[in-house]
Design a binder for this molecule. Structure first.
Ligand code: C2E
Ligand code: MG
Ligand code: MG
Length: 398
């Protein structure tokens, strides 16, 4: 049983219109018919989904061969509404009687395998397996739960204070998202942000984060923490939204947060897919007075040609390089060079993941502006940030 789904069919429907989508479906169906044998069965089960029943095959290789043939047949361009469209497909495969002898389950298993094929880059096929079933199930459950996580108050922010190396004071904090799941406990953003990005949920979640963080920045300011900056991580999908500057303008307005107190953290990879578009959007944000920081610096493909055109204020050196200083000579060279370059570009530098006083001393000597890491403070609640920074302030006065 092959479950086939055309990749990104929705985009074609949305951009070229439904008649174009219909024509593509008809042509794809024709190609499927000519690729398969007379005794095979093809059915369109809805949207851009086809079920294909190939019988009389005995080995996995044979089935894989058929799937390969189908993918090849669909890879040649389609002529639709005067456009040459390159369309690929993903296929999930289940086997009778190996996987099940229940017809409905057979279809469902093929669908599960299709999910994996999509996830692993599309234009490919995958076989069903019982292990796959349970991992996809967990994943689908998480996805479902994440949909209602905001409404159920399961998301919350922690803040990790940053230290200004020159004054020794708290200069701001980074907002870090947490998900308190009723069954799975605390889930790390590394585990659910990717799901939020794939499903598009990152847009409402990201807006919620921005709203909370801006409100907090305003409250800290009202409490007398002057110039205390709040950084918020921005995902690639958010940066791709044309409405982002308008959304931010509204959030700043509603929360009464001065734009200077907000800093957005972007990564090299989130900007490099559409760098020209990113420049325009980042400029718009910067003109509003919002700060911009390049996060995880050194881990992506940094195009210096673009970097110098981004209106950045700050660079955050990734934890993986900070880890090795002052002993690892390669890490020392990388951190040192980055700081020199940042200074030349008139950017402030933050070192991430500082855990030892040796690292702090070394970074200070190199001219790094700020540090963030467990040595100074772990991520904590907003209330604790206030206490932590007040204590630091008091110690300093003495
Ligand atoms: P990031 O922006 O690079 O955040 C820094 C991460 O390093 C945080 O992990 C923080 O807890 C951790 N960290 C800080 N100091 C130390 C240290 O001294 N040692 C070690 N080992 N780790 C340290 P966290 O909170 O798990 O966040 C992971 C990533 O999730 C973040 O990396 C960020 O990319 C993403 N993320 C978090 N919140 C959001 C959000 O609201 N929106 C988006 N789009 N992404 C978020
Ligand atoms: Mg960050
Ligand atoms: Mg980082």
């Amino acid at each position: 049983m092959l479950f086939l789904d055309l990749d990104r069919f929705k985009t074609i429907n949305d951009t070229l219109g439904h008649p174009a989508g219909d024509s593509l479906l008809q042509q794809a169906a024709k190609r499927l018919k000519t690729t398969l044998r007379e005794e095979d069965t093809i059915g369109r089960v809805g949207g851009d989904e086809f079920l294909i029943l190939v019988s009389e095959l005995t080995t996995l290789e044979d089935v894989g061969h058929v799937a390969d043939k189908i993918l090849k047949a669909l890879s040649a361009p389609f002529l639709v509404a005067d456009y040459e469209l390159h369309v690929s497909a993903s296929i999930g495969i289940s086997l009778y009687p190996r996987d099940t002898d229940d017809a409905d389950a057979l279809i469902q298993y093929a669908d599960t395998a299709l999910y994996l094929a999509k996830e692993q880059g599309r234009n490919t096929f995958r076989f069903f397996s019982p292990e796959l079933d349970s991992s996809v199930r967990t994943r689908l459950h998480l996805e479902n739960d994440l949909r209602s996580a905001i409404d159920k108050n399961q998301l919350f922010l922690q803040y990790q204070p940053l230290m200004d190396l020159e004054t020794g004071h708290c200069s701001g904090a980074e907002a870090l998202l947490r998900w308190q799941h009723p069954e799975h406990g605390l889930i790390s953003p590394d585990d659910f942000i990717p799901i939020a990005e794939e499903t598009g949920l990152i847009i409402p979640i990201g807006e919620w984060v921005l709203g909370q963080a801006c409100l907090q920045a305003r409250l800290w300011q009202d409490a007398g923490m002057v110039d205390f900056r709040v950084s918020v991580n921005l995902s690639r999908r958010q940066l791709e939204q044309a409405g982002l500057p308008a959304t931010l303008r509204q959030i700043l307005h509603e929360t009464g947060c001065p734009p200077q107190l907000l800093e957005l953290e972007i990564t090299e990879s989130s900007t490099m897919s559409h760098p020209e578009q990113a420049i325009v959007r980042l400029n718009a944000l910067h003109e509003m007075g919002i700060g911009l920081a390049l996060d995880d610096y050194g881990t992506g493909y940094s195009s210096l040609a673009y970097l110098k055109r981004f209106p950045l204020d700050r660079m955050k050196i990734d934890r993986s390089f900070v880890e090795g200083i002052p002993d690892d000579s390669d890490d020392v060279a990388i951190v040192q060079t980055t700081i020199v370059m940042a200074r030349q570009l008139r950017l402030k530098v933050v070192a991430e993941g500082v855990e030892t006083s040796a690292q702090r001393a070394f970074l200070k000597a190199l001219g790094c502006d700020e540090i963030q890491g467990y040595l100074f403070a772990k991520p904590m609640s907003a209330g604790d940030v206030r206490n932590h920074c007040a204590v630091v302030w008091e110690k300093h006065k003495k």
